[in-house]
Design a protein around this ligand. Structure first.
Ligand code: BGC
Length: 736
């Protein structure tokens, strides 16, 4: 497994086998999940009273500034708390949010933590090893604050490019999401913490998130979002699954026996517990449907998993069995993660190592979208104009439960324009980092970019203009459209007109439209880059680092090209604002339009060229691929050689796609490698393709089936780069 985790940067040719999803799969099921904890949990549960069992399946909202209820003195302000069962030596459960670091709970705790780049940035790194390192660091910091459950592992697919939480998700592709997400979860579980995986499932938009009904067929579901969950689950073995707010094919996700009992617990034999999202429970019957725990019960209409439930279990044997099963599952996850034997110890943590890792992650994720010779910048550049994006103060971050406050406190903290959450910039100024790269003779000027005329005036007097453009996204609110907000398009257009040497640096939560694309000389996507963002951006601008990221999502040229040109029901102002309301009318969001063809697969199906394709990203050096071959067998293997034949060290992400399977056209990423190579170095890569990714879901009895026939694969630098085509016969395979 470590071969997947490490990047290779040695000169000369080397051989490494990189598995894409195989390790989890190869161990088989359900043995992969079996652990000593099963027996221990069962014997502990038998000794419990029903009141003690009930304690395990409920939790208290633990924001100390928000709850009226008196909380035990040792509660740390956070997302939720479950009391210990002292009689049996069962420790308390203390939960904090991820996935971008230990969250600050909307300001109720200001003790600081490492603010990592957004999950989408991590997806852009295509680097499972980096995901593991971040997961481990997050867990270390969380444990040092006394937590033993990390609410991380957001693996919903980016189905809706305007989705407010896309920055908390990894990509639009199930394989990329599953592997990178799975490694982050695995790191947390390896650190004696329970990790969640969330939000199960189809929580792809915030508009009406408590009430919309995601419509999707069983087959399409298994070949898209559910596949991402399944892959991440097999790799990461999360102790808890968090069900989503929305409805799926009718029932609420947290009350859906189809999702929780039939698919998760029966088909996939998931041994962990299902916890609700915060205020997602609608009644006692959710327990019967497969929900094991009501989270932060004060936030729901009632604490359903409370005395009423206890009363009901006295006459309803099936419900009583579910209560026992729920308690046992929680205990099992606690024992499996080692929470009994390795209690979290509150202690100080040196923030430096976290900061260094955050900067490394930012470097690994920056995507160079366009470069007409403008980059890297020369360090002896004379007159530089930096414009916009509060680049003098810091880098933007996303809002909501995942918001982290770094130890230094925010550079900017302002109201979020009608949104519940606040807009925060981390203290990592790109302007300062650019200044540090320049010689003493350089003249560096900064303009806020509020007025096109002022920005253009300053740009006209510079040799190069670097303009920072931001798109703030937050939990609870979708973007109304994909344009850069606050008139930034006009500022960029004016600057580009005034200075032909204009470079745009984007700090966005996801894809945006770029009407000025042809007027600027370079475009760089830095995402929400975390506490190391400023120096990382400057390193890539000046070529001290090669841009190592590749797009984890398609950037469309127009919203008309999307499966849903308009966000579902965003034209209803009530629903638009009421992402927190459970009482507004429900509405359908029809994911059967694209089915499993999410993102680039939709564009391929429609034959539409996007602005920038999934997988795209430029380097400062040049890589060539050769000897691409696909070998059939029990598992399909691909082999090729990648060579850095440019004149400097750099990183690349060679990607293998299938575009025709046994006569059926359709594009799918099936394998990739993240490679760092010195100038002149090459690497022989061997990858194994997971049959679930190559096949189609048939039914719960059959599982995924790879159809026999002629296949067409290609190896390229993006989904839109069908070079190195390889045609071969593939035999049928099955996988469950
Ligand atoms: C979010 C979850 C989060 C929870 C606890 C909810 O609003 O959807 O992702 O873990 O709050 O903060």
């Amino acid at each position: 497994m470590t071969s997947l985790v490490k990047g290779y940067a040695l000169a000369g040719t080397m051989l490494a086998t990189v598995y894409c999803g195989l390790p989890a799969m190869a161990k088989g099921r359900p043995e992969a999940f079996a652990s000593k904890a099963d027996a221990a949990a069962a014997s502990l549960e038998v000794r419990m009273t029903d009141e003690e069992r009930l304690n395990m399946v409920r939790s208290t909202f633990s924001r100390t500034d928000r709850t009226a209820k008196p909380l035990p003195a040792d509660v740390i302000s956070s997302a939720s708390y479950t009391a210990p069962v002292t009689r049996l030596g069962i420790p308390a459960l203390r939960e904090t949010d991820g996935p971008l670091g230990v969250s600050w709970v909307s300001g109720s705790r200001k003790d600081g933590a490492t603010a990592f780049p957004s999950s989408l940035a991590l997806g852009a790194s295509w680097d499972p090893g980096l995901a593991y390192q971040i997961g481990a660091r997050m867990a270390l910091e969380a444990r040092a604050k006394g937590f033993n459950v990390l609410l991380t592992g957001g693996v919903n697919l980016v189905r809706e490019p305007r989705g407010g939480r896309n920055f908390e998700y990894l990509s639009e592709d199930p394989l990329l999401t599953g592997i990178v997400g799975g490694q982050g979860i695995r790191a947390v579980q390896d650190s004696h913490m329970i990790s969640t995986i969330k939000h199960f499932a189809f929580n792809a938009q915030e508009t009406g998130r408590h009430v919309y009904n995601a419509l999707i067929s069983d087959n399409a579901a298994h070949d898209s979002d559910l596949l991402a969950f399944r892959l991440a689950m097999d790799i990461g073995k999360p102790g808890a699954m968090m069900c989503a707010y929305n409805r799926v094919n009718g029932p609420q996700a947290c009350g859906s026996s189809a999702l929780l009992t039939d698919i998760l617990k029966t088909e996939w034999r998931y041994p962990g517990f299902v916890m609700s999202d915060w205020s997602a429970v609608r009644g006692i019957s959710d327990l019967g449907a497969g929900l094991d725990r009501q989270s932060a019960e004060e936030l729901d209409a009632r604490p359903y998993f409370a005395e009423d439930l206890l009363k009901a279990t006295r006459t309803d044997q099936q419900l009583h069995r579910r209560l026992r099963d729920g308690a046992r599952r929680v205990l099992r996850s606690m024992l499996d993660a080692g929470i009994f034997d390795h209690p979290a110890i509150v202690q100080p943590v040196d923030p430096q190592a976290g900061k260094e890792l955050a900067e490394k992650a930012a470097l690994g994720s920056i995507v160079l979208l366009k470069n007409e010779g403008a980059l890297p910048l020369l360090k002896n550049a004379r007159r530089i104009a930096v414009i916009g994006g509060f680049a003098n103060d810091g880098v933007l971050s996303g809002g909501g439960s995942s918001q982290v406050q770094p130890v230094e406190g925010p550079a900017i903290n302002m109201p979020g324009n009608g949104a519940k959450h606040r807009i925060m910039f981390h203290r990592s100024s790109p302007l300062d980092a650019i200044r540090a790269k320049l010689g003493k003779d350089a003249v560096l000027q900064y303009d806020q970019g509020f007025y096109p005329a002022a920005a253009a005036d300053m740009a006209s007097r510079a040799d190069v203009a670097i303009i920072f453009a931001t798109q703030w996204m937050t939990e609870g609110l979708d973007a109304a459209d994909l344009s850069l907000p606050q008139g930034q398009d006009a500022v960029i257009a004016a600057v580009a007109k005034a200075n032909p040497n204009t470079i745009v640096v984007l700090e966005t939560g996801g894809p945006v439209l770029m009407p000025w694309k042809d007027q600027v000389r370079a475009i760089m996507e830095a995402w929400y880059s975390g506490i190391g963002g400023g120096p990382a951006i400057a390193d890539v601008l000046f070529g001290d680092a090669d841009p190592a990221g590749r797009l984890p999502v398609t950037f469309p040229a127009s919203e008309d090209d999307l499966p849903r040109p308009r966000l579902d029901d965003s034209n209803d102002p009530e629903r638009d604002l009421a992402s927190q309301s459970q009482t507004i009318a429900g509405f359908d969001v029809n994911y059967n339009i694209e089915g499993s063809d999410v993102g680039y697969r939709w564009f391929a199906r429609k034959g539409v060229k996007p602005l920038f394709p999934f997988g795209h990203g430029l380097s400062y050096t040049h890589f060539s691929y050769s000897d691409f071959a696909v070998h059939d067998g029990p598992y399909v293997q691909v082999t090729f050689t990648i060579r850095n034949d440019g004149d400097r060290a750099g990183s690349d992400v060679p990607q293998v796609y299938v575009r025709n399977r046994a006569g059926t056209a359709g594009l799918r990423l099936v394998a990739w490698d993240k490679v760092a190579l010195e100038k002149g170095a090459s690497k022989l890569v061997s990858l194994t393709i997971d049959p679930k990714v190559l096949g189609d879901w048939k039914s719960k009895n059959t599982g995924w089936v790879v159809p026999a026939g002629n296949y067409e694969f290609f190896l390229g630098s993006s989904s839109g780069d069908p070079r190195n085509i390889f045609k071969t016969k593939i035999s049928s395979k099955k996988e469950r």
